[in-house]
Design a protein around this ligand. Structure first.
Ligand code: FE2
Ligand code: FE2
Length: 271
């Protein structure tokens, strides 16, 4: 092989990975510390006036919201560590070192916030199920990147926006705004890397991705609509809007899969 040809191939290889490397730089630039949150300037969660009972009930609701996101970020720490470990490409490994740190920092912030509001509430059983699936059942790196970064981290962003909107002027709002940006980067990096991985993936792998999406989506729906006892009454009141919003988010997920060249016409949307 001529030197020119070798150089060309090396150049093409570099270009292929440039997308992922760009997210490494972005993640570095967006990095923050939990000390940057306005702990001493604003209340941790929205303050409620009224009877002690009413205030306690409100706090319970926020505790359950925070617990669910804390649980999701514990899953994200474990997933990011697996991805860092499994990714064979240097650029991807570099990127995943930032994601491991991001997710650990998210857990740190949730823990500090939980400490301010009196500890954790009930666990979301559907999130536990998703964790088992992502961490233990999925075998291929392509599947893990696809379900975690392409779907899960994309679907979770509107939830952060929603929490931020209902908790103006609090540490919780500030945190959710940061998470919107971080998970935007995690999702973008996943799209870029999945594209690289799928270039050389055999058709069976693509088939497996669609199957995995079919197994994951119904559980994700259960997770998104799940309300612990503290929030059950809100759950009922908002069910229809939640379902509508979820349907739009899932449609987005399918569009993204299409843009990766995956034929997801077989994906059964649970709604
Ligand atoms: Fe996170
Ligand atoms: Fe994330």
């Amino acid at each position: 092989m001529s030197v020119d040809r070798l150089q060309d191939e090396a150049g093409a290889e570099r270009e292929r990975h440039e997308g992922v490397l760009r997210y490494y730089t972005l993640a570095k630039r967006a990095e923050w510390q939990t000390a940057d949150l306005p702990w001493n300037d604003v209340p941790p969660i929205p303050e409620t006036r009224g009877s002690a009972q009413k205030r306690a009930r409100r706090t319970d609701i926020w505790r359950s919201v925070i617990t669910q996101q804390y649980q999701a970020d514990i899953l994200a720490v474990k997933m990011a560590a697996q991805l860092l470990n499994l990714a064979p490409h240097h650029e991807a490994k570099m990127y995943y070192t930032t994601m491991v740190q991001d997710e650990a920092r998210h857990v740190e912030a949730w823990l500090k916030l939980l400490d301010e509001v009196g500890g954790t509430a009930e666990r979301d059983p559907h999130l536990d199920e998703l964790a088992r699936m992502f961490l233990d059942d999925l075998e291929l790196l392509e599947e893990k990147v696809f379900l975690m970064q392409v779907f899960f981290e994309r679907l979770i962003i509107p939830r952060f926006r929603l929490i931020a909107r209902s908790s103006r002027g609090t540490v919780l709002e500030d945190l959710c705004n940061r998470l919107t940006i971080d998970d935007g980067i995690h999702h973008g990096a996943g799209m870029a890397y999945e594209r690289v991985l799928l270039e050389t993936a055999p058709p069976q792998t693509k088939r497996k991705l669609v199957d995995a999406a079919n197994r994951m989506l119904p559980i994700f729906v259960e997770h998104a609509l799940w309300r612990p006892p503290a929030r059950a009454w809100i759950g009922r009141a908002m069910h229809e809007r939640d379902v509508q919003r979820l349907r739009e988010d899932l449609d987005d997920g399918v569009r993204l899969a299409n843009s990766l060249g995956l034929d997801v016409s077989d994906v059964q949307l649970p709604y």
